[in-house]
Design a protein around this ligand. Structure first.
Ligand code: NAG
Length: 213
């Protein structure tokens, strides 16, 4: 279901998008652009039947209110960005799962998924207990440069070593999010991506020094 990350890096490199060479903030910026209102409206609402919903786990619905609560509980900003990444990736994968091959929203959703996969490489250095590898489908120690055929003129990113511990509360949420056995909830696809974008702005704006003025 989930493509190997190294494979995605290869595809991106071959396409010449150079996405793989970008850092956390550049990738978040690209995601923000892709999640802009007209696109969410077209691809996540107009292209779906009226009132269409999909069933997702409660933990996948990460709202700004959740983040505020977790911040009040002194959860680190890095952990929050990590949680956002997991919630948003799961949401996008769920949307992708319900889209047939030729659906007009498929290409868009796949591009979101590729950007998120590239971001996942940035976060693959995080440690959590029990090991992250249980929940993340990325090859933990994948060396993209070894798996991808060399492509002239395109820098292939090395996973950054962002060694930092994930807060326990976030580790638990991420675990539940991937467990597939907690309570479900019917949500509109656009609402999932609305949350994705709002929380992205909330967490990356200051961190990446985007001019919010
Ligand atoms: C966000 O809060 C809602 C309740 O308001 C809860 O159901 C959901 O699990 C929370 N999500 C996360 C990721 O904490």
């Amino acid at each position: 279901m989930h493509q190997g990350c190294a494979a995605v890096l290869c595809v991106l490199a071959v396409l010449g998008l150079e996405v793989a060479a970008l850092g956390e903030c550049e990738l978040a910026r690209l995601l923000q652009d892709k999640l802009r209102y007209e696109m969410r409206l077209q691809y996540m609402k107009h292209n779906f039947p009226i009132d269409y919903t999909l069933r997702v786990q409660h933990e996948e619905v990460l709202r700004t209110a959740n983040v505020t609560r977790l911040r009040d509980g002194k959860v680190s900003e890095a952990s929050l960005r990590y949680l956002w990444f997991h919630a948003c990736s799961q949401a996008v994968l769920h949307i992708l799962e319900v889209l047939p091959e030729k659906h007009p929203s498929r290409g868009y959703t796949q591009e979101l998924s590729q950007l998120l996969d590239a971001l996942g490489v940035e976060y693959s250095g995080y440690r959590q207990n029990p090991p992250l590898a249980m929940w993340v489908q990325l090859p933990a120690n994948a060396a993209p440069q070894a798996l991808c055929p060399p492509v002239d003129g395109i820098a292939v990113a090395h996973p950054l070593s962002l060694q930092s511990d994930v807060d326990a509360v976030v580790a638990d949420l991420v675990k539940q999010l991937h467990s597939g056995d907690s309570r479900q909830k019917a949500v509109r696809p656009k609402a999932l991506l609305d949350n994705c974008l709002k929380v992205l702005r909330m967490l990356f704006g200051a961190h990446c020094r985007w001019d919010s003025a």
